[in-house]
Design a binder for this molecule. Structure first.
Ligand code: GUN
Length: 284
């Protein structure tokens, strides 16, 4: 039976660390870190994510501002909100929740965010800094997974990590972070994707398997090396239930450690964002 890597437990521990940092700042007469979020439209999943982020801010003593804009908001109006947050000295960092409605151009919006306030780490300048190992904001989901591993004392160093999925916000940055010469890096990384021909064999050779495919229960027990650490990034709704990209029940018998869905990586994404916001406040 695999050890459960609980996002709930790790998130609580990291949040209590952040709460203490905030209390320390307040004791020195400094402001609480302030995160703002822009949400465009009425996508229920996005609404739920953003609400969770605001709740997290309250929990750790951050200030937060939620800007909700109607589905019909124009690109120019959205860019004006971004410019206002860039200028606002009270806001340490902010995010524009993705995906945006189809008529809006997310690349242009992300480019308009001041890289110093880009706590999602999505601005090309920050992606470049991450790839070069320079100080920056790390994308929240990969960052959260590293914080989860750190909480459980699992080091990627020397391990063969297989990351399945090459998205700009999860798979690709995770592969870069795991291969960096840094504390939670030093793994030997294979980045696999939909065109990978020997996926099953590759996964079987993974000491650390990151499933970020976006297909329910895609990774089955026969793809997992006995004792491997399995991180499941998937959040798929199937018959009204949330399931991951890993077939959790069968994987439990083979893996050495595994994240559940829900209650795993998702909660750590939110911790990644809080940590970035704390760093943003420190740097201002
Ligand atoms: N949509 C899904 N994940 C994310 C995220 O980490 N940041 C933003 N801005 N939008 C998202």
């Amino acid at each position: 039976m695999a050890q459960i890597l609980s996002g709930r437990e790790a998130a609580q521990a990291w949040k209590s660390h952040i709460r203490k940092e905030v209390a320390g700042r307040l004791a020195q007469g400094k402001r609480a870190p302030h995160l703002a979020a822009i949400l465009v439209g009425e996508d229920p999943a996005s609404q739920a994510y953003v609400k969770g982020k605001v709740r997290d801010c309250e929990e750790v003593g951050f200030a937060s501002t939620l800007i909700t804009l109607s589905e019909g908001t124009s690109q120019a109006e959205l860019l004006e909100h971004v410019a206002r947050l860039n200028r606002n000295p009270e806001v340490d960092g902010f995010i524009v929740q993705l995906p945006l409605p189809i008529h809006l151009n997310p690349d242009e919006v992300l480019l308009a965010i001041d890289p110093q306030k880009d706590v999602d780490g999505f601005h090309p300048e920050n992606v470049g800094r991450m790839a070069l190992g320079l100080p920056t904001y790390l994308p929240a989901t990969p960052y959260g997974m590293l914080l989860l591993l750190e909480h459980y004392g699992i080091s990627p160093a020397g391990k063969h990590a297989v990351v399945v999925g090459r998205s700009n916000i999860v798979g690709s940055p995770m592969s870069i972070l795991l291969s960096r010469n840094s504390k939670m890096g030093n793994a030997t990384v294979t980045l696999a994707h939909s065109k990978t021909s020997n996926l099953k064999e590759l996964c079987q050779s993974a000491d650390l398997l990151v499933a970020a495919i976006g297909r329910p229960k895609y990774v089955t027990a026969d793809m997992i090396r006995p004792g491997a650490v399995v991180l499941d990034v998937g959040i798929n709704r199937v018959d009204g239930r949330l399931v991951g990209d890993v077939d959790f029940d069968s994987a439990m018998d083979v893996a050495g450690a595994i994240t559940p869905v829900p209650g795993g990586v998702g909660l750590m994404t939110r911790v990644g964002l809080l940590m970035n916001t704390l760093h943003a406040a420190r740097h201002r």
